[in-house]
Design a protein around this ligand. Structure first.
Ligand code: DAH
Length: 350
């Protein structure tokens, strides 16, 4: 572009743009070059005075200058828009900071333990059984050979519904009170009434007791019940199944022992203790983990299973207790407080 007038117009445009800092100003300035009275438009009108043979070169130079001026204005507009966007977002934005990652949800530690327990028992042929959290006295106590004067049946220990309550969808054996189940053992009874042996079920679920809340007690907690009924089942089968389960859960190095105990629905009954070399403060100490025993023939009789043909074992353990041992958690209340600082520690573990 050899025309000095055009060169001057382009140079003027270049030097005026850095001062243009908003859109109205940009429109105005642009009009002084490209508008109807703008310098380039005025220049174009001078074509009439140009000799015919020089007109193509004139036109070419004009278009070239126009193209340069237009792209200068376009670039400036983009810059102004960027500045305005940043202003709208606030002055404190630092675009060089990494973006905030979105918060990912995770499974509750009790859900993880429950799923782990289920997956271990699934490997050896157990299926999951479920029943209601509202129960009747017969299913929760009588059918489990728990006598009327047993302390669990006291209102001090169990949450009973008022006598007139009705739960039409919950099967009752007798016209007796409803309560919130104190253990998942009632699922044993519902399962044995519904299905014929051989049986292999685990029943994880929520239980309720009138406990005063402290670091190891909660009025609302979770258990997993287990029931195995077949021909000629012995204590050896019970020990084999529970050893397998505890090895899968706590690792190969776990040691276990059965200690004589008492439950109304099993005879003989045992507490299972375990010892693990790497369990924080509890390493290498005998810890009580669960109750178990051979299903009392009386219980089988109450649900019309012939105790001369069938024998079996049952067990029950606390899901909170297992989770606390596995992760070194020292207070059961953490599970129910929904505190992200606690829960997020488990969210990466599947
Ligand atoms: N129901 C018992 C409790 O809540 C736990 C239990 C012990 C369940 C022994 C069983 C068992 O099935 O055989 O403490």
């Amino acid at each position: 572009m050899e025309n000095p007038d055009l060169q001057k117009i382009v140079a003027d445009a270049e030097s005026s743009l850095p001062d243009v800092s908003n859109k109205p100003q940009w429109e105005q300035t642009k009009a002084t070059f490209l508008g109807p009275n703008g310098s380039l438009t005025q220049f174009a009108k001078g074509i009439g005075a140009v000799a015919k043979e020089d007109r193509p070169a004139f036109g070419k130079a004009l278009n070239q200058a126009k193209g340069i001026v237009e792209s200068l204005f376009q670039n400036r507009l983009t810059a102004i828009e960027e500045i305005e966007d940043l202003k709208a977002l606030g002055d404190k934005i630092d675009p060089t900071l990494p973006s905030v990652s979105s918060l990912q949800g995770g499974l509750h530690p009790l859900t993880k333990t429950r799923r782990k327990i289920i997956s271990i028992f699934r490997k050896i042929g157990f299926t999951v059984a479920e029943a209601t959290e509202v129960e009747t006295e017969w299913f929760c106590f009588d059918a489990l050979n728990t006598p009327d004067d047993h302390p669990a049946r006291d209102e001090q220990d169990t949450l009973f519904f008022p006598p007139h309550s009705k739960w039409a969808n919950i099967q009752r054996k007798k016209d007796e009170s409803y309560l919130l189940r104190t253990h998942t053992s009632s699922v044993q009874i519902r399962t044995m009434l519904r299905e014929k042996p051989p049986l292999r079920v685990i029943a994880p679920g929520r239980c309720f007791r009138r406990d005063t809340v402290d670091a190891t007690h909660s009025a609302n907690f979770h258990q997993t019940e287990g029931l195995f009924i077949d021909h000629k089942v012995t204590v050896r089968d019970l020990k084999g199944v529970l050893d397998f389960f505890l090895r899968e859960l706590f690792g190969e190095k776990v040691e276990t022992r059965l200690r004589p105990s008492f439950f109304p629905f099993t005879e003989p009954s045992f507490e299972v203790d375990l010892k693990v070399p790497d369990l924080g403060k509890l390493s290498n100490k005998w810890i009580e983990i669960m109750g178990c025993g051979m299903v009392d023939p009386k219980v089988l009789g109450l649900v019309d299973i012939d105790p001369d043909e069938w024998t079996g074992f049952a067990f029950g353990l606390g899901i909170e207790r297992v989770t606390m041992l596995l992760h070194g958690i020292d207070d059961i209340r953490h599970f129910y407080q929904n505190d992200q600082r606690f829960l997020s520690q488990f969210s990466s573990q599947v």
